[in-house]
Design a protein around this ligand. Structure first.
Ligand SMILES: [Zn+2]
Length: 85
């Protein structure tokens, strides 16, 4: 699978000239003035840097709150821990 995500790289690793390894943690569809946009939430497996890509060449750092809300929620919704019976 080759798509635009593979043109992205982790800035912190790029600066240190390490190969960045990005992991797509979540995909969210967000309504904007330009229509539906897909935001990809990515995590660098080398340094743990978290960011989202809104457009192909634009990255934004993601704070802990947003990460928990968008990534943790969507990943646990399908497979919730069985702490409650
Ligand atoms: Zn990195």
């Amino acid at each position: 699978m080759f798509d635009s995500l593979f043109t992205l790289y982790c800035e912190a690793c790029e600066v240190a000239s390490r190969p960045s390894r990005l992991w797509v943690r979540a995909e969210l569809e967000v309504a904007s003035s330009r229509g539906i946009e897909t935001h990809h939430y990515l995590e660098c497996m080398n340094c743990g840097y978290r960011f989202k890509s809104c457009m192909e060449d634009h990255m934004e750092a993601v704070g802990d709150d947003e990460w928990r809300r968008c990534v943790d929620d969507s990943s646990t919704s399908a497979e919730s821990p069985s702490t409650l019976r």
